[in-house]
Design a protein around this ligand. Structure first.
Ligand SMILES: C[S@@+](CC[C@H](N)C(=O)[O-])C[C@H]1O[C@@H](n2cnc3c(N)ncnc32)[C@H](O)[C@@H]1O
Length: 312
């Protein structure tokens, strides 16, 4: 049975911290690289209107449709584009949208995607194993589950899911293929792990790993971040919310590297790298949701926000 929950609500994570960190103000120009259901975008538009502009990007055509409806009142102040942020510079070029005052990434998956059964992201809702942000692009989760070798599956589940039992899960998958649906896979993982009691459902980590692989989430992030300094005006801000430790490491390393004045190996007497810093770190420490936010919005629990500013 396919169940679609009506009108999914996505509560934007770290909203006040994002608005403050991006220094959102009247007349500003902002890019939301992951517009989703338009939660952060609506809060930005409210503060930049009437003369400011927002360019919203999402790889998911359904998210673009829903944010179009939600943000319709802002008229020409908002432009929504169904595309992948890996092509950020080209997208901004196409819409003559640069230099800008701020760029936001709120990575990962939205409530719309998780709560719409037929998208195949949730092990609670039975549907074909899909998990693509853009349902027209690339491999679905079922292609990976049914065609990757046992070693490839174990590696992917261990790396992206940080799952201790990755080899056991991969062995069960390969022994029980083909696997067509979310619930079939979730039950198989429950059997593989033998009903061990855990804080989270035994399939959580494997589903996260498959989603990250299906959408090349880690591969797209670094090249997209690299394009941001060129698009920001001096003093413009970059804010990135991540939900996964590898993602956060990519963001941290990118910002540190862009903010450092020399990339020569430690101990080098005379700098020869010629590296020119483009960003300044605004938050040296990662910004986390308050316990109140985590309680009222459990999906924010793993959120980590980092902010940097474009140098002159
Ligand atoms: C956490 S949600 C964003 C929610 C949004 N901030 C809000 O308040 O409604 C992440 C969104 O990023 C999109 N996304 C993930 N990777 C993407 C990529 N490489 N290019 C474009 N959109 C992407 C997903 O489709 C999803 O809609």
């Amino acid at each position: 049975m396919i169940v679609t929950m009506s009108a999914p609500v996505h509560v934007p994570a770290l909203l006040n911290e994002v608005i403050a960190g991006l220094q959102v103000r009247q007349g500003g120009y902002f890019v939301d690289c992951t517009v989703g259901l338009g939660g952060h975008a609506a809060a930005i538009l409210e503060r930049i209107s009437p003369s400011g502009r927002l360019l919203g990007i999402d790889a998911d055509p359904q998210a673009i449709k829903m944010s179009q409806d939600r943000l319709a009142d802002y008229g020409e102040a908002v432009t929504l584009v169904n595309d992948n942020f890996v092509d950020l510079e080209a997208i901004c070029e196409r819409y003559h949208f640069h230099p800008v005052d701020g760029i936001l990434f709120d990575l990962g998956v939205s409530s719309l995607q998780l709560d719409t059964a037929e998208r195949g992201f949730s092990f609670h809702l039975d549907a074909p194993l899909d998990m693509r942000f853009d349902p027209e692009q690339g491999l679905a989760a079922s292609d990976i589950v049914n065609s990757f070798s046992e070693q490839e599956l174990a590696g992917l589940i261990e790396r992206y899911g940080e799952e201790r039992h990755s080899r056991r899960i991969a062995r069960y998958i390969v022994q029980n293929r083909p696997i067509a649906t979310t619930v079939e896979l979730a039950r198989l993982i429950e059997r593989a792990l033998g009903g061990k009691r855990a804080r989270i459902h035994p399939a959580t980590r494997t589903f996260m790993a498959l989603r990250i692989a299906v959408n090349s989430e880690l591969q797209n992030l670094e090249p997209a971040l690299q394009q941001t300094p060129n698009l920001l005006r001096p003093g413009g801000r970059l804010a990135v919310i991540s939900y996964h430790s590898i993602e956060d490491r990519i963001v941290k390393q990118f910002m540190r590297c862009a903010a450092t004045s020399c990339l020569c190996p430690p101990g080098t007497a005379i700098c020869r790298c010629g590296h020119v810093p483009t960003l300044k770190l605004i938050s040296r420490k990662v910004i986390r949701p308050t316990s109140l936010e985590m309680k009222s919005n459990p999906r924010s629990r793993s959120a980590k926000l980092r902010i940097a500013e474009r140098l002159n």
